[in-house]
Design a protein around this ligand. Structure first.
Ligand code: NDP
Ligand code: 2IT
Length: 480
């Protein structure tokens, strides 16, 4: 009887024993037909009609995994249909959110929580409030989150949620009423051992605080069920900074493999929210020069660089006054490019940090033509799949979002640990742990993504490393 080790390869005889007991024998692997990518995707698209973002996220993963799973030593995964199971969320919860605006007008939004996969820990992932939120968007985000969270080395499953609510132009009181109405339904589905939401686009400290307050009131319990909380009620130092810092740390690690550094580099950042702001801050600390930022109205280009003083203005503009990026040029000069993205500005490094599909294949070609060295994705899935192929073909140091932006959820995991222990770590302690986690994710990508000639495909590396971890747990549980 051949024994099969999913992560380590095929052994000579005897059943393969996972860490804790269950084993898989040849007779239990009846169905080991190799995958064919297009047929696999056609099936997925048929089962999930009208969900293009979800299709795109699965395709990017399947491109890395199909050749891997078709290796003979990995037939145990094929037989157990782990990939198919990973593409089906555990459940999708959808609910009505009713609230009144300041003029007493009644509004109805749709709220969701996609609990994607809890094989290696409770569901964990952010909430997005944006008019573009659909089930497809949240399924793509929940699917990605499962892989991302596995890479962090922390025990977190994948989930995502949100609503098609547009916070733009809404008063604090309206945002508060929306958050409370949203939580009045969501609270029954979450908990510190089941599902732990956090922020994402349109959900920052203000919204997490309103939601946490409502959760606490409804349950009568003070637990760490949301992360990204305020520092006086269980939040972690460095959580606000973590995604931007983490994506910059990842770029540092990629550059180091080529004997390069961030110092002296010209850098494009898109977005101007949480992730973008702290990417600029860390790049500045490391001696880089960031020359762009953007919002949905367009981008600003400041060839002199967005230094600390200018960044302080951006933080006040975006986090307090909630104004438009165009205002930057009125104060500091430079140019504003309405309805454009920054990718045609010549640069060494790019940090897309706004939203999905903000880099097309043409944008990627322009970046490559201009000699871009590295791309680190602060946003989730900011590059269209054809753009990913451009970066891969040009052998750019290209970090896909599930590796590059995992620092945010990693520090959320550290916030949960601190809440469970009822202690608070210092800024240095959390930042040191974040740095170590990002280094570890980089090492996992190298281990699983290095090609025979030494080139590292971070897409392959991230997808295979994360798959191995989640798949081992799913295999151990049997057919569920
Ligand atoms: P914020 O809400 O703080 O900022 C979002 C920024 O992106 C704003 O500048 C916004 O501009 C811009 N943006 C949003 N949607 C669009 C759009 N459709 N077109 C153009 N610009 C757009 O969100 P975050 O900074 O938290 O999130 C940014 C990205 O990072 C997202 O992809 C998110 O999923 C990802 N991410 C966030 C993490 C976190 O910890 N916050 C962790 C990991 C990933 P405008 O104000 O005009 O809408
Ligand atoms: O996409 C992401 O990883 C986040 N929005 C952060 C999730 C979290 O739970 O901190």
């Amino acid at each position: 009887m051949a024994r099969v080790c999913p992560a380590l390869g095929l052994f000579a005889e005897g059943p393969f024993v996972l860490d804790s007991g269950p084993y898989v024998q040849e007779r239990d692997m009846p169905d080991t037909k190799p995958y064919e990518l297009d047929a696999f995707m056609a099936g997925l698209e048929k089962r999930n009609p009208g969900q293009p973002e979800f299709h795109q996220a699965v395709r990017e993963v399947a491109e890395s995994l199909v050749p891997y799973l078709n290796q003979d030593e990995n037939r145990v995964y094929r037989s157990a249909r782990i990939l198919e199971r990973m593409c089906e969320p555990d459940r999708v919860i959808s609910f009505r959110v009713c609230w009144q605006d300041d003029d007493h007008k009644v509004h109805i939004n749709r709220g969701y929580r996609v609990q994607f996969n809890n094989s290696i820990g409770p569901y964990k992932g952010g909430l997005r409030f944006h008019p573009s939120v659909t089930q497809s968007v949240l399924k793509f985000l929940g699917f990605e989150q499962t892989f991302k969270n596995a890479l962090t080395t922390l025990p977190m499953g994948g989930g995502k949620g949100g609503a098609n609510f547009d916070p733009k132009g809404r008063s604090d009181a309206e945002v508060m009423r929306f958050c409370q109405a949203f939580m009045a339904e969501l609270y029954r589905h979450i908990g510190y051992n089941t599902d732990i939401p956090a922020g994402d686009i349109g959900v920052g400290a203000r919204e997490v605080s309103y939601m946490f307050g409502m959760y606490k009131k409804l349950t009568g319990e003070f637990t760490g069920t949301l992360t990204g909380k305020g520092l006086s009620f269980g939040g972690s130092l460095i959580r606000t900074e973590a995604t931007g810092y983490g994506s910059t740390y990842f770029m540092q690690d990629m550059l180091e493999t080529k004997g390069e550094a961030i110092e002296g580099k010209t850098i494009l950042v898109s977005g101007s929210g949480n992730v973008a702001q702290y990417t600029v801050e860390k790049c500045n600390h490391l001696g880089g020069k960031v020359v762009t930022l953007s919002d949905s109205g367009g981008f600003i280009h400041d060839p002199d660089g967005i230094d600390e003083e200018k960044l302080a203005f951006i933080k006040e503009l975006k986090n307090v006054r909630r104004g438009r990026i165009a205002e930057y040029t009125e104060k500091f000069g430079g140019t504003f490019h309405a309805k454009e993205r920054p990718w045609a500005v010549p640069c060494d490094l790019a940090f897309p940090s706004a939203t999905q599909n903000e880099i097309s294949a043409d944008d990627a070609l322009t970046l490559v033509k201009n000699g871009v060295l590295g791309v680190s994705e602060g946003a989730n899935m900011p590059t269209e799949i054809e753009g990913v192929h451009v970066f891969q073909a040009a052998r750019v140091l290209y970090a896909p979002s599930k590796a590059a932006n995992a620092g945010g959820v990693a520090v959320s995991g550290l916030e949960q640990s601190q809440n469970a222990m009822r202690i608070s770590w210092s800024e240095d302690e959390v930042d040191r742990r974040l740095r170590d986690i990002m280094r570890d994710i980089h090492a996992q990508c190298v281990r699983h993504g290095q090609e025979p000639d030494g080139h590292v495909c971070y897409v392959t590396g991230a997808n295979r490393a994360a798959f191995n971890k989640v798949a081992a747990a799913m295999l151990a549980y049997g057919v569920l």
